[in-house]
Write a protein that binds this ligand. Structure first.
Ligand code: AMP
Ligand code: ZN
Length: 109
C-alpha cells in the first residue's frame, strides 16, 4: 500500500468501486473515463509502479493480469470482434496513475 495512490485505495476498498472480477492477486473495474465502448482496468493488489519496476517474483502476477485480460474480453463478449491490451509506461508512454494496470479496450462497431 502506497500512500496517496488512487489504485491502492481502490484495491483496499478505501475508495468504493464496483469490481467486475477480483481474486487474491488482482481486481478488475471499469475505467472512469472510457476510451472505448468496453474499457476495463486490470489492477494488481500489489503496488508496482510500472512495467519497468517488475521483478522476478512478479512473473506470476503479470501472467495472471494478462490471462485475466483474455478472460474478461471473453466475458464482455469482445473476444471474437477483437480488443486491445495496453500497458502505458511512465509519463512519456502516457501513464498517469503510477500503479501498474492493464487496459482492456474493445467493443467498437
Ligand atoms: P494510465 O494513463 O495508463 O495511467 O491510465 C489511468 C486510467 O485510470 C485512465 O484511463 C483513467 O481514466 C483511469 N482512472 C483514473 N481514476 C479512476 C478511478 N477512480 N476509477 C476508474 N478509473 C480511473
Ligand atoms: Zn498503488
Amino acid at each position: 500500500m502506497e500512500k496517496d495512490c488512487i489504485f491502492c485505495k481502490i484495491v483496499n476498498g478505501e475508495t468504493p468501486t464496483k469490481f467486475l472480477f477480483e481474486n487474491d492477486t488482482l481486481v478488475v473495474f471499469k475505467d472512469i473515463n472510457p476510451e472505448a465502448p468496453t474499457h476495463l482496468l486490470i489492477v494488481p493488489r500489489k503496488h508496482i509502479r510500472c512495467i519497468n519496476n517488475l521483478t522476478e517474483e512478479d512473473r506470476e502476477i503479470v501472467s495472471e493480469i494478462v490471462m485475466t485480460g483474455r478472460d474478461m474480453a471473453k466475458k464482455e463478449g469482445i473476444s471474437e470482434s477483437g480488443f486491445k491490451l495496453l500497458f502505458n509506461v511512465e509519463k512519456g508512454g502516457g501513464q498517469v496513475i503510477f500503479h501498474l494496470h492493464l487496459h482492456l479496450l474493445g467493443g467498437w462497431e
